[in-house]
Design a protein around this ligand. Structure first.
Ligand code: AMP
Ligand code: MG
Length: 442
């Protein structure tokens, strides 16, 4: 770490990306777990072990529509010499036991030479050990009601257990289904539903307050006066928060005055993290710095990162505040490097890193400033190899560069130049894009 002075005499701590990230992450822990309706838990992290109270399936049942039989009765059966079995009743799904054809019939059991017509999901009748599909019987040749026919001809030899789903074959009662820390996807929710959980204990979604700053910055639906720009940062940051799993709350635009920043930050007590953009650089009106110094516990940093060097991190009351640069691309890069892992940690996630691959540069990249340089780029495959091409628009205010790229190529701070053909790390933040590129050609 080193120190530098700006013209106003402020001491800035000079940090590497890794040091800054370490300091920020040290202040975050998973949010206290909350019991949550199952359908609100998609993508959240489980905070309790799930022990199966029941087996799935809870009873042995048929996997097909057909006839429940004893497999040994079908030995040697073929289309020319079908096995003929007497149909003694039916087993519809949802019924605890098979039904006979007359009400006074005794409880049914499949003995040798007998069959019970059965539907998918119905309890396997006592005595039966296999199910013959309708397609392997004479069912379709002789349309008739089950009551009138009396016998079924089986055209194929069936193995014991065929078309039978055994109780507990998916999950056994008493077994550990999920450990704490599991990220719940749609299938996880389905298993929990089949085990009878309508609520689960998960780490809740963090609430992230987002404040824009700048005298020139106006709401997006305002007509622009000369000198003004619309507040694109709050939209981009809110979308990134959502994509990461947090709940964004836009708290407006503060003008470049300490009191106005303070006024906006009054409405953030329920936030788990406050993100601001702008006002942290060396300009005459960069008032976030002053606000933070005067009213919070703060560190003003210069991070060896490109784009975006100035940043601040600290607390207002007990809420952490990450002050991101104002330039739109710098704000996004800083979000991805610092806010994203913090939000993932609040969510209880253990995997804080983006998907990373190695690829070779198709163009040289200058890095004379010796900062860790996140280059907006396109990752692609050429003859089975991964290559990465920087997009032409590299300005830190040019959002189009991010739109045209699909990744960030990382040039290490130790390199003053990345020559053509050099291998660099590439970070992929969108799992759908990552899957599409990485799957193609493998
Ligand atoms: P600052 O860090 O406040 O000096 O801002 C750096 C650059 O980012 C300036 O050109 C600002 O106009 C621009 N900027 C700041 N805040 C926003 C915002 N919310 N949306 C879009 N651009 C912004
Ligand atoms: Mg500003």
């Amino acid at each position: 770490m080193h120190f530098s002075h700006d013209p106003s005499g402020t001491i800035h701590t000079m940090l590497s990306v890794d040091e800054a990230r370490e300091r920020i992450l040290a202040c975050f822990a998973p949010l206290p777990p909350r019991r949550t309706p199952l359908l609100d838990a998609l993508g959240l992290v489980l905070a309790e072990p799930i022990i199966a109270r029941e087996s799935i399936p809870p009873f042995t049942n048929s996997a097909m529509d057909g006839y429940a039989v004893r497999a040994s009765d079908t030995r040697g059966a073929c289309p020319d010499r079908p096995a003929e079995l007497r149909v003694i009743g039916e087993a519809p799904a949802g019924s605890p036991a098979p039904r006979g054809f007359s009400d006074e019939a005794p409880p049914l059991r499949v003995e040798s030479g007998m069959a019970i017509r059965i539907m998918t999901g119905a309890v396997l009748p006592p005595g039966a050990d296999a199910v013959v599909r309708f397609e392997d019987t004479d069912e379709s040749d002789t349309p008739s009601t089950i009551r009138s026919r009396g016998v079924v001809r089986i055209r194929r030899e069936i193995a014991p257990g065929e078309n039978v789903r055994c109780a507990g074959e998916d999950i056994l009662a008493g077994s550990v289904v999920f450990e704490p820390g599991t990220v719940l996807g749609p299938a996880h929710l389905g298993l929990l539903a089949s085990l009878g959980y309508s609520w689960v204990l998960v780490h809740p979604r963090p609430r992230i307050a987002i404040l824009a700053t700048g005298d020139e910055v106006v709401p997006i639906d305002w007509p622009l006066e000369p000198g003004q720009i619309r507040n694109s940062n709050s939209t981009v940051l809110a979308a990134l928060v959502q994509q990461t799993g947090g709940i964004p709350k836009l708290i407006g635009i503060a003008i470049d005055r300490e009191e106005d920043v303070a006024r906006h930050l009054q409405y953030t007590h329920d936030a788990d993290l406050i993100l601001t953009s702008g006002g942290v650089s060396q300009g005459d009106y960069d008032r976030i710095k002053e606000f933070l110094r005067a009213r919070g516990r703060f560190e003003i940093w210069q991070v060896r990162i490109k784009p975006g060097k100035p940043m601040a991190f600290g607390f207002v009351a007990d809420t952490p505040v990450l002050a991101l640069p104002g330039n739109p691309v710098a704000a996004v890069v800083a979000f991805l490097q610092f806010a994203r892992p913090a939000i993932l940690r609040l969510l209880g996630r253990a995997d804080l890193e983006p998907i990373r691959v190695r690829a070779r540069l198709t163009k040289a990249v200058d890095n004379r400033g010796r900062r860790r340089h996140f280059v907006r780029a396109l990752l692609h495959r050429r003859s089975g190899e991964l290559w990465v091409t920087p997009v032409p628009q590299q300005g830190s205010g040019i959002l189009s560069g991010l739109v045209h790229g699909n990744c960030l190529a990382v040039i290490p701070e130790e390199w003053s130049e990345a020559p053509v053909g050099s291998e660099v790390t590439v970070e992929l933040y969108d799992p759908i894009i990552a899957a599409a590129i990485l799957a193609a050609g493998i």
